[in-house]
Write a protein that binds this ligand. Sequence first.
Ligand code: PRP
Ligand code: URA
Length: 209
Amino acid sequence: MAKVHVMDHPLIQHKLSYIRDKNTGTKEFRELIDEVAMLMAYEITRELPLEEIEVETPVATCRTKVISGKKLGLIPILRAGLGMVDGMLKLIPTAKVGHIGLYRDPDTLQPVEYYVKLPTDIAERDLIVIDPMLATGGSASAAIKALKERGGKNIKLMCLIAAPEGIARLDKDHPDVDIYVAAVDEHLNDHGYIVPGLGDAGDRLFGTK
Ligand code: PRP
Ligand code: URA
């Protein structure tokens, strides 16, 4: 069963409130998404394994800890996932980035794949699929399926806002994938938008509406 981790850090919750606000313009929206993604990267990497090394301080030699050679891969779902990549890379600068292009058909709400470009060694990486919105779950499910078909094994999903319907879909299709979110909202409306949500993440991020 997929575990849902709600990141309730006050800074994440505070920034999310302004991201939701319809009066927040494109520039500020983009900056807030970037900041929140950095904070979420901090939380999602909490379990990374450590190993001990020896370091000489100006005073003495000590045993101390560093992250033990884990290879990470960030997989934004285009377009809106792109807005979270730079914030995450600020904390995980050596991660490789793969892209999965999907758009949701506005009538059927089914995801349509148009681009996949991944690091060649995804089978050996811990992968984090990134998308601000988990609505019906169709896009995230299709992206994770695309990764698994190409050898991806250790996969987490990171979203800003999830609808219960999307969580249920992920749990059904990919129970092995844990979900990390800043908020779980009430429901989807008749157009498949999350209520209350934040509107159309891609359009708000890129100013296309
Ligand atoms: C949005 C969002 C997710 C998807 C979520 O993308 O960024 O990818 O919808 O909906 P779902 O869970 O019902 O599949 P959209 O299709 O609007 O494409 P865009 O990011 O290119 O604007
Ligand atoms: N995609 C979005 O960008 N927003 C929603 O609320 C649902 C899908």
